[in-house]
Write a protein that binds this ligand. Structure first.
Ligand code: CMP
Length: 144
């Protein structure tokens, strides 16, 4: 099914200059970029984004971290893009992520795991509308 996923390169990924590498992997897989922006998330945006983790012991640190520096926020489109990008990202803990995945190749810390990607259709829709306005989602038809 053609769908859209929200992906964010977190402050550690930006600081470690992994932005190009990550975008390259997703582009070369064949997915279509629909939106991208470079922003330092506000407290409100971060709290809303991580709302489902509100009761978790790591919630405060998580919000502090995601607001600590710039993030590359993106929307990608394609067939089964949500599950496929999750596969390309690896599991939450980079030490448990397989080599070949983004977290498996570049990370060692669960709290500094480089990238976020939507886990299912419902969260993708919620995250896309939280991070982007409708006119930031670029409509175009690839010709190649
Ligand atoms: P993400 O995919 O952005 O979604 C929730 C985030 O919470 C997750 O990546 C991790 O960065 C973070 N997280 C999950 N479990 C822990 C944990 N045990 N300690 C610290 N951070 C965590």
């Amino acid at each position: 099914m053609t769908e859209r996923s929200f992906v964010a390169i977190k402050p550690d990924g930006v600081e470690r200059k992994l932005t190009g590498e990550i975008i390259k992997r997703i582009e070369q897989k064949g997915f279509k970029m629909v939106a991208m922006k470079f922003i330092k998330p506000s407290q409100e945006l971060a709290e809303e984004h991580y709302g489902e983790h509100k009761e978790k012991p790591f919630y405060k640190g998580l919000v502090e971290f995601i607001t600590s520096g710039p993030v590359v926020a993106m929307v990608w489109e394609g067939k089964d893009v949500i599950a496929t990008i999750r596969k390309m990202v690896g599991v939450t803990d980079p030490l448990k992520s397989d080599p070949g995945t983004i977290r498996g190749d570049f990370g060692i810390s669960i709290g500094r795991n480089i990238i976020h990607a939507s886990d299912k259709l419902e969260s993708a829709k919620k995250e896309i509308s939280l991070w982007f306005s409708q006119d930031e989602l670029v409509e175009y038809t690839p010709t190649l």
